[in-house]
Design a protein around this ligand. Structure first.
Ligand code: SF4
Length: 413
């Protein structure tokens, strides 16, 4: 966004008293006030305001589905304020000096995982003046931000710049360090542990034929693609699911020379992906098959060649609030495929957490006390996808901020 356009857009903001945009933001950004600073051409001040609540503004400005913009009151009369574009502009152009506080009660805090939840917790706790170490099992920081989102949506330069700002707090990111034992962290002198390992484990549909060669999961596919590893795909690639991960996988497959298409059991109105990514997918030639669900994958010589699908219709809303997809019996039909990429969901890897006596709930997530993010173990906190299951980056940031409130209170006990 150019400076003149940003200024023009900022001037359209009504500076609403109750700011429904901010209320809709899971990370709680002070939107009217950062826009006010743009009006004053004070981009450093605007960035400072954003980073009071969200240490990843350049990332959220690019990949957040933006409930803030959807709730902007200007949308009722003309066009909503382009909040993510303004946020991205400020994050790219502004500079901020991070000054950690000094405290007489300086604690040692270990954070496991350097995705959005871990980076957020680390940023705010280091700013409080604590000694913070983030343990990351991969050779580079960022978790799913680095290994799950393609470069064409979020460049690694933007990610590195934002992580660099977070490191300016003085926190240390220990790369290629795999934590398996929480007791060991306490033995090494940490006063509290925060777990933000996300939900990087594939969830499968559990239908016949998933073992066939050529059926893969979007999480493994995107990780390989982001690492630049060689991936061999056939011409026709079906991507099952319609969230951002599914659409990212379809776009990536197209860029690798395949003809990717989406298969989704609900209708367009119910798709979890953002409208913006849907439009971009369309522009790039990805086709959508709504109200369609695979029943089984069919193969020849151990390799997938087609999939049998059923037409679906929508019934009453289910627990997610969206209309339940119901198979229409007798509507089976076959689609030829060379590959299937499943992208229906993912879940946390909780095996090591169970070994560490953390309570895991029926959704395979860490059980925490509601809105406080204490786990079943004393001095161990958790937030982000490992608690909520897969959600947006700003959700992960919002939950990490709630966990930090509990950590701050924990010192006072
Ligand atoms: Fe500005 Fe829209 Fe937020 Fe009102 S709701 S403060 S117009 S961005």
């Amino acid at each position: 966004m150019k400076a003149e356009l940003a200024l023009e857009e900022a001037k359209r903001c009504l500076d609403c008293e109750n700011a429904p945009c901010s209320k809709a933001c899971p990370s709680g950004r002070d939107i009217p006030n950062f826009i006010e600073k743009i009006k004053e051409s004070d981009l450093n001040g605007a960035l400072e305001i954003l980073m009071e609540n969200n240490p990843l503004p350049g990332i959220c400005g690019r990949v957040c589905p933006s409930p803030c913009q959807a709730n902007c009151v200007r949308g009722k009369t003309d066009e909503p304020i382009r909040i993510p574009d303004l946020e991205r502009y400020v994050a790219d152009q502004g500079e901020v000096e991070i000054k950690p506080a000094t405290t007489d009660d300086r604690r040692n805090i270990a954070i496991v995982g350097s995705g959005p939840a871990g980076l957020t917790a680390g940023y705010f706790l280091a700013r409080d003046g604590h000694r913070v170490s983030i343990y990351e099992k991969f050779p580079k920081p960022g978790g799913m931000l680095r290994y799950g989102i393609p470069d064409f949506r979020l460049s690694k330069d933007v990610l590195d710049k934002e992580i660099g700002r977070i490191e300016d707090t003085g926190l240390k990111i220990k790369l290629s360090e795999y934590v398996e034992d929480i007791d060991n962290l306490f033995d090494r002198g940490y006063d509290a542990v925060f777990i933000g390992i996300g939900a990087p484990k594939p969830s499968w549909m559990d239908i016949p034929g998933e073992e066939l060669e050529g059926v893969i999961h979007a999480i493994s596919f995107l990780k390989k693609a982001n690492l630049g590893e060689k991936i061999k795909l056939g011409k026709k690639v079906a991507v099952v699911g319609c969230g951002d991960v599914a659409l990212d996988a379809a776009r990536f497959a197209n860029r690798l020379g395949s003809e990717a298409f989406i298969v989704y059991r609900r209708s367009r109105e119910q798709m979890p992906a953002s409208e913006e990514e849907f439009e971009e997918c369309n522009e790039e030639g990805v086709k959508f098959n709504f109200l369609t669900n695979p029943k089984r994958f069919i193969g020849d010589n151990g390799k997938v060649t087609s999939m049998e699908c059923l037409r679906m219709e929508l019934g009453e809303p289910d627990s997610s609030g969206r209309k339940r997809p119901i198979p229409i019996e007798g509507t089976e039909f076959t689609i030829e495929v060379d590959n299937v990429i499943e992208a229906i969901s993912q879940q946390p890897d909780t095996n090591w957490l169970k070994r560490n006596n953390l309570e895991i709930n029926k959704w395979n997530c860490i059980e925490v006390n509601e809105d406080k993010y204490n786990t079943s173990r004393d001095a161990v906190f958790a937030a982000g996808d490992v608690v909520t299951g897969p959600k947006t980056i700003s959700w992960a940031i919002g939950t990490a901020k709630k966990a930090i409130k509990s950590i701050r209170k924990f010192w006072l006990c």
